[in-house]
Ligand binder design. Structure first.
Ligand SMILES: Nc1ncnc2c1ncn2[C@@H]1O[C@H](COP(=O)(O)OP(=O)(O)OP(=O)(O)O)[C@@H](O)[C@H]1O
Ligand SMILES: [Mg+2]
Length: 266
């Protein structure tokens, strides 16, 4: 049942990388995990070894109200995956418009997915606000806002803190409690990165879920279309990812397997 969303007000900060690798870390901790890509860039699948030429996906089929169960992929990692599907800009705008007009297109299958109490769902979202994020947030157990350890991130902290990044007014206040922050790309040997990380950590206190160091192993894992814990299990980044997954695990304890939950079980 738990839904963990990776989101950020800013692009290119590591949302997809963290969504994929934390999903893998949770799986390695014994959870049954489904990773879903809500970003039209359709890149989550690459972390799981799905080929670039494989363009099929869940979101692009939504207007046809597909059976999402039939679209779930088993990946070598053991994490189940619903790729977004490839879409051009006109298609992405059309899909956004459909979701705005009829949020149930997405909300209905999501409710069905989340009704499985033994399943952890990890969502990757597009940068900034999106119709998909607006539908996901009210259903989310935790929203992990990803920030880079730089000067811009320190400036974004107030927006993250008051939940404005998730909605307006009372809505923002309602969901602010679900927000946790992950600092990505921390370079302890760089003065600015360390100072930004320390400032954000001091400010957020326990709302900081964790930090991931900047390391070649992370980018190299993606280049090889593999996961960090698979390629470089003893790297610092791997330890950071495991630590964040343990934090999620502690905040979102395991629930019993539902009776008869047979789809995709491994
Ligand atoms: N901790 C890290 N160390 C080194 N490289 C990293 C790290 N985290 C992410 N990267 C690299 O940064 C790039 C951007 O990461 P990613 O695609 O996950 O960001 P994103 O927030 O999902 O971007 P977008 O907003 O476009 O969806 C990728 O090339 C990734 O390999
Ligand atoms: Mg991304």
């Amino acid at each position: 049942m738990p839904l963990i969303c990776f989101a950020s007000p800013k692009g290119g900060v590591g949302k997809t990388t963290l969504a994929a690798n934390i999903a893998d870390a949770l799986r390695r901790q014994g959870r049954r995990v489904l990773a879903i890509d809500f970003d039209p860039q359709n890149t989550l699948r690459l972390h799981f070894g799905v080929s670039l030429s494989d363009t099929a996906g869940f979101m692009t089929e939504l207007p046809k109200r597909p059976d999402w169960r039939a679209m779930v992929r088993q990946t070598a990692s053991g994490v189940m995956l619903l790729p977004h599907g490839s879409i051009d800009i006109r298609g992405a705008l059309g899909l956004a418009h459909s979701l705005e007009r009829d949020p149930e297109l997405l909300a209905a299958p999501l409710r069905a997915i989340l009704s499985d109490p033994g399943l952890v769902v990890v969502a990757d979202t597009p940068p900034g606000a999106s119709h998909a994020l607006a539908i996901l947030v009210p259903m989310a157990t935790m929203v992990c806002a990803v920030l880079l350890s730089d000067a811009t991130s320190a400036a974004l902290v107030p927006d993250i803190e008051n939940g404005r990044f998730l909605g307006q007014g009372t809505t923002a206040a309602l969901y602010a409690g679900r927000l946790r922050v992950v600092l990505n790309g921390v370079d302890p040997s760089a003065r600015l990165s360390r100072a930004a990380a320390e400032t954000v950590a001091r400010h957020l206190g326990p709302r900081l879920l964790g930090a991931v160091c900047r390391e070649e192993a992370v980018a190299e894992a993606l280049a090889a279309q593999r996961l960090v814990l698979d390629v470089s299990p003893s790297s610092q980044a791997a330890e950071d990812l495991r630590e964040i997954a343990r934090g999620i695990e502690a905040a979102v304890p395991a629930s019993p397997e539902p009776f008869g939950a047979s789809w995709g079980a491994r």
